[in-house]
Ligand binder design. Structure first.
Ligand code: DON
Length: 574
């Protein structure tokens, strides 16, 4: 969202029931109510990017369900409420913890490349990238994983039947809801691509134009598909009439996904990446996401500096944190990919020893140029949209899940008769070595397309425990910015001891190696800090980072939920 179009609403939360929620001035997204973005509860808490979705989760709790029931209900409901961001035609990750577990678990339900996919599929005969082939239309879509992932996690740890957790999504799709500002903006942004596909047009257009703010969005076909899943579980999506509709559309448009791809889609339970920050245990998503590795790498790099002595707004804090980010992205380009296909030096990248060597190379008084930042060397080693929500319940269960169809409305293509929007996750692969994805991140050899491989992600659903008790859980959408926004929010809360609302709403910045610039969010940086950074040689680009952090902290008996005021969302709990 552009700075000038950002509506500033000042709100004060004057010493609510928690001493740690002092008033604060934050800019609110248009149409959002400040009172819905922060909530204190004792029993359970949900923060998501959708009012209806948070309420769907709340309903499960009220019915006697647990955090995993709320997870499933929010996953399906947000697929309806944020069709620009996520959906059952997409995929995601979940990091989950419940008391009694030795460590949190990670569920990987990321899309997979079709069996027929190959590394030259986005290149022309001369080896040049075919513009937008990985972004718009049939080839952009990976084999969806969301339905399989949500059902698998829920069937293992949920209490309520699938029937109950999917019902709020069906009701929302059938009854519809008013188009809110963020959805209207995404529709306008993608209208040309959406108009190319009659099944997409049928849902999102009225009298030849995209729906506008205040129009009712009803998704009847999607409700039918959700009912098939409600009746037959995973088979309602991966087999039967829905699967047939997907395969027929793929064939009709020359696409690659076949029944064999749907049959072979598998959810993978992985170990989350694990690290520590000053006595806190941090768990985040492992490959095929780069998120967790680099969140830990950034935390490890700045840990010895005790940045709280300087404060969030100090130029030294920003300089060292941004330099740690820059190194993380140089390593991402070289080393990261799907670990089922390539070796990733996970332990090395997340070690305190490597972090120490990074810190030693950061000059005190100037930023490093991108040419000065090289990927690390390890002994013995060869070689716009998503959504996040967070849940905690009274028994100490924690859900942190990021789900996506990648760019706004994914590939733009709705599978006729199903309401399913096909993702454009194939763009998260490197279309060739050195090529940039939608978020400008360069990709390497390890992230080239291969059949059944999962494209590299930056999604970073994260859980922090101390002595096996939940302290904080969070995540965000926004491509490569996800991991830097998550790292900063962790630092704001764990290092700078900021109240959660401040930790989420403070200034954000991002440095991703390429381009060679320090991107600073739309508001909040002190002028003298910016002047100092420029003096040091930083090229500053003011541009919203797009992150919408959804966080919950456990402080004593209180569960504090904060849904990023920069976007649509709701913290709901009791
Ligand atoms: O997995 C990833 O990193 C991307 N597909 C996420 C896309 C995203 O966050 C878009 N959000 N605004």
């Amino acid at each position: 969202m552009k700075f000038i179009t950002f509506l500033f609403v000042i709100f004060f939360i004057a010493n609510c029931s928690s001493p740690n929620l002092n008033y604060r001035t934050v800019p609110m997204a248009p149409g959002e109510k400040a009172s819905e973005h922060v909530k204190i509860g004792k029993k359970y808490m949900i923060t998501s990017q959708g009012r209806h979705s948070s309420q769907a989760g709340l309903k499960m709790m009220e019915m006697g369900g647990n955090a995993m029931d709320a997870f499933a209900a929010v996953s399906f409901a947000i697929s309806v409420e944020r069709p620009q961001s996520t959906g059952i035609g997409g995929g995601g990750f979940l990091v989950y913890w419940q008391p009694g577990m030795e460590k949190p678990l990670a569920f990987d339900f990321r899309e997979k490349a079709p069996l027929k996919a190959h590394k030259k599929m986005f290149l022309d005969m001369s080896g040049k990238e075919i513009p937008r082939k990985s972004l718009d239309g049939i080839f952009a879509g990976g084999v969806p994983g969301l339905v399989a992932g949500v059902i698998e996690a829920h069937s293992r740890y949920g209490k309520l039947p699938l029937h109950a957790v999917i019902q709020p999504a069906i009701d929302l799709a059938e009854k519809g809801f008013e188009v809110y500002p963020g959805l209207a903006k995404a529709l306008t942004y993608r209208q040309k691509v959406l108009a190319r596909f009659p099944a997409t047009k049928k849902i999102f257009f009225k009298e030849g134009k995209v729906l506008e703010e205040g129009d009712l969005l009803v998704q009847t076909d999607l409700a039918k598909t959700l009912k098939a899943i409600q009746a037959r579980g995973k088979n309602g999506f991966y087999k039967g009439w829905v699967a047939k509709a997907i395969v027929e559309e793929e064939k009709r448009r020359g696409g690659m996904i076949r029944q064999a791809d749907l049959d072979q889609y598998n959810v993978v339970q992985r170990k989350p990446v694990t690290g520590s920050y000053k006595g806190y245990d941090v768990y985040s998503m492992s490959p095929p996401s780069s998120g967790g590795i680099h969140v830990l790498q950034i935390l490890n790099t700045v840990e010895p500096l005790n940045l709280s002595h300087y404060g969030i707004q100090d130029y030294r804090t920003i300089h060292y944190t941004a330099s740690a980010m820059q190194q993380a992205f140089a390593d991402r380009a070289k080393y990261l990919g799907d670990m089922d296909f390539v070796r990733v030096p996970l332990d090395e990248l997340t070690s305190k020893k490597y972090a120490k060597s990074i810190l030693a190379k950061i000059p005190k008084d100037r930023p490093l140029k991108k040419s000065e930042v090289l990927p690390g060397k390890f002994d013995g080693y060869e070689s716009p949209e998503t959504t996040h929500f967070t849940i905690m319940d009274s028994e100490g269960r924690v859900v942190s899940s990021t789900q996506t169809i990648n760019g706004y409305f994914g590939s733009g293509l709705v599978i006729p008769g199903t309401g399913i929007i096909l993702n454009n996750e194939m763009d998260d692969f490197a279309t060739k070595v050195g090529a940039k994805n939608l978020f400008g991140a360069v990709g390497g050899e390890k992230n080239l397309v291969e059949p059944q491989k999962r494209p590299l992600s930056s999604m970073s659903p994260t859980i922090v425990l101390k002595h096996n008790k939940p302290v904080l859980a969070l995540g965000s959408p926004s491509g490569t910015r996800i991991l830097t926004c998550v790292a900063q929010t962790l630092l704001n809360y764990l290092e700078h001891n900021e109240p959660l609302l401040n930790a989420v709403s403070s200034v954000r910045y991002h440095q991703q190696w390429y381009p060679d610039e320090l991107r600073i969010g739309a508001f909040g940086l002190k002028k003298e800090t910016e002047d100092k950074l420029r003096e040091m040689g930083y090229k500053i680009n003011h541009k919203n980072l797009g992150c919408r952090v959804q966080a919950i902290a456990r402080e004593g008996d209180n569960l504090i939920g904060v849904s990023d005021p920069r976007g649509q969302g709701m913290a709901a709990g009791e």
